[in-house]
Write a protein that binds this ligand. Structure first.
Ligand code: TXA
Ligand code: MG
Length: 325
């Protein structure tokens, strides 16, 4: 049943389908599934051979660790060490788009954690993700279900397009809600460190933790291996339109220009994807990039929003989509 796309009701997934999908995970297979952020490509986190299959299917560098997904916080102490700070954050933000990097126990194979002594853990809120983890009966390691370096998938069709034959089962629960990936916060040391901005805003974290910061533009020095790689990149160049600036005239010199963002671009832009809020921009970012790429534009201009709320995650993804051309 290679590359099988199966529709599931987001709120009320068919127990039989979920049982089957859980069985695939237990037997060492790969199941792609929706979370509230993006689609994940899942395998049994504690099975080194199964996890190696994820890296193969995605073409992912082996030193880039995976996030381990649980369906209840009580599952965490079996494979990672919780501290007071983590417990407080779990209480406030789980289930939801917050990944906590914690000291790992030996039971997590090195391949899952990219050889690090920590492990990223999150409890997603999507009913299909939760049902899958429950049926599998094991924690599920899952990166975003795109080919390495490509925009993350927010729809099942994109997973099929990127990874099709390499996946045993793809659960289609419709488009995802948040649209950008989880916030990754390292709480394994004395001071919490934001490794990747995402679905939970920095302001919300700072209400609990005091002042943590995120040095934008300082990507090389970041500790999260995944943030060092080429990422989110469509096959055409991405140009950034900074907030508070007028439209740079050199943009319009490109032959056929695509655009996505909140502000209105000049009329000459050939294909426009407009959003009415930063939240909708986040939800439509990755599918928007793929849509523009397919529509045959020679470059994509992306509106860089303010660095607040979900805007910080948008800026991060856009800077990386733009940074490697
Ligand atoms: O929303 C999400 O987080 C999605 C869904 C499927 O849950 N998953 C996701 O996984 O975005 P991935 O593999 O595409 O991104 C995981 C990020 C990478 O930047 C990785 O380097 C970082 O989390 N990460 C994972 N474990 C880590 C660890 N132990 N230490 C530092 N960074 C870690
Ligand atoms: Mg990813």
């Amino acid at each position: 049943m290679s590359g099988r796309l199966v529709k599931v009701d987001r709120w009320n997934p068919d127990p039989e389908i979920m049982r089957e999908a859980g069985g695939v995970i237990r037997r060492g297979g790969l199941v792609a599934f929706p979370t509230e952020t993006v689609y994940g490509l899942g395998a049994n986190a504690l099975d080194a051979a199964a996890v190696a299959g994820i890296f193969r299917a995605k073409g992912r560098p082996s030193d880039n660790p995976l996030i381990v997904h649980v369906q209840d916080p009580t599952e965490v102490p079996a494979f990672a060490v919780l501290n007071d700070m983590a417990l407080r954050l779990i209480d406030l933000f789980w289930p939801g788009p917050l990944t906590l990097v914690l000291p790992s126990l030996e039971i997590v194979p090195p391949v899952t954690r990219g050889g690090l002594d920590t492990v990223g853990v999150r409890m997603p809120s999507h009913p299909v993700a939760l049902a899958l983890i429950a049926e599998a009966g094991v924690p599920i390691a899952a990166p975003s279900a795109n080919r390495s370096g490509r925009p993350s998938p927010t729809e099942a069709d994109v997973v099929f397009h990127d990874l099709g034959e390499g996946v045993d089962m793809i659960l289609d629960g419709g488009p995802t809600e948040v649209g950008v990936e989880s916030t990754v916060l390292d709480v394994s040391g004395e001071v919490p460190v934001l490794l990747r901005p995402g679905g939970v805003g920095l302001e919300a974290l700072n209400e609990v933790l005091g002042q943590i910061s995120f040095p934008e533009g300082d990507m090389e020095s970041r500790r999260s291996p995944g943030t060092r790689y080429r990422h989110y990149a469509p096959s055409v160049p991405v140009l950034l339109w900074s907030s508070g600036t007028v439209w740079p005239t050199e943009f319009t010199e490109s032959k056929r220009l695509g655009y996505l963002g909140l502000r209105r671009p000049p009329d000459q832009v050939a294909v426009k994807v407009l959003f009415d809020s930063p939240e909708h921009y986040a939800r439509g970012l990755f599918s928007g990039l793929r849509h523009l790429e397919r529509s045959g534009v020679s470059a994509i201009v992306a509106d860089l929003p303010e660095a607040s709320g979900i805007g910080l995650a948008l800026r991060d993804r856009l800077a990386r989509a733009a940074g490697f051309h």
